[in-house]
Design a protein around this ligand. Sequence first.
Ligand code: ASP
Length: 331
Amino acid sequence: MSKIVVLIATGGTIASTEDATEGAVNATLSGGDLLARLHDRPEGVSIREEAFGTLGSYALDLETVHRLCRRIAVALEQPEVAGVVVTHGTDTMEESAYLSDILVASEKPVVFTGAQRHAGEPDTDGPRNIGDAIRCAASEALKGCGTVILFEGDIHAARDVSKTHTSRVDAFRSAGLGKLGEVDGGEVYLYRRPIQGVHIATKRLESRIALMLLGLGSSPEYLDFCLQNGTKAVVLAAFGRGNAPRGFADAVRRLSTHNIPVIVASRCPEGRTLPVYGRDSGGSSLAAAGAYFSGSLSPIKARLLMSALLGAGVTSAELATKFREAVGTQV
Ligand code: ASP
């Protein structure tokens, strides 16, 4: 008996072609169009297509991706469904995949994929990626691994993966941690399993979470602006271990006293944050001012984790503990 995989198409380059009149690439193709372009359909799998949208992933928002996650969950609740494939733009794929990872409570595989070369290009990477993603979604090996991204043959955990190249087909890396496995010759090979599964049940995502990438000598005045404009939390993509330019510790203290949490993540793609350095706005000063640290979770994903925790109504009193449990840090 063949396995059933649900394919949810959202748009992205994989569903795009060039519009000659406009001179631009736009997403127009449905999931059915994508399936019709597969080179070889994986054997023993029947595919149930569900339309979701034809948007570039840069145009998605948290509410839409939350709706997508609910659709994934509903599909997986069907006993006959083995897994779900989501076709999605690469720009924010790691974000939607991470939200699916923390919001969808199912042991069944969820596999995001896309393309870097659009469907009108003779060497588009879309059909191969979809075929491999379907193989992953139908695979017993990927049960319990959470949401993954399949791209150019590699299988990455949603928590760990980032888009690291703007245009090449080999665009995704799990820096410092490595991929989970790969698809080779139509077979799924899993080398390791993620152990950091987190599940958050929430009816909404909080969108007012600011993310600030720090540069040499950046001014903390943006944090004071956040204090006034209704921002609910701030994530700093800080230096190295989690340090910031002068003045940030005082600004963090001002936010903390107003119950606006500040998360220190690192702009380094590898390694963990830790409060080590003291004076000025070194990590220890930021921690003393009330900031908490994201460990190895990237700034982009720390923002999404906060949006889920705050959306779920976690109170200020519980927030630090819940956040630390979710990222596996003590600080
Ligand atoms: N612009 C596209 C998007 O994110 C990029 C891609 O799909 O590769 O939707």
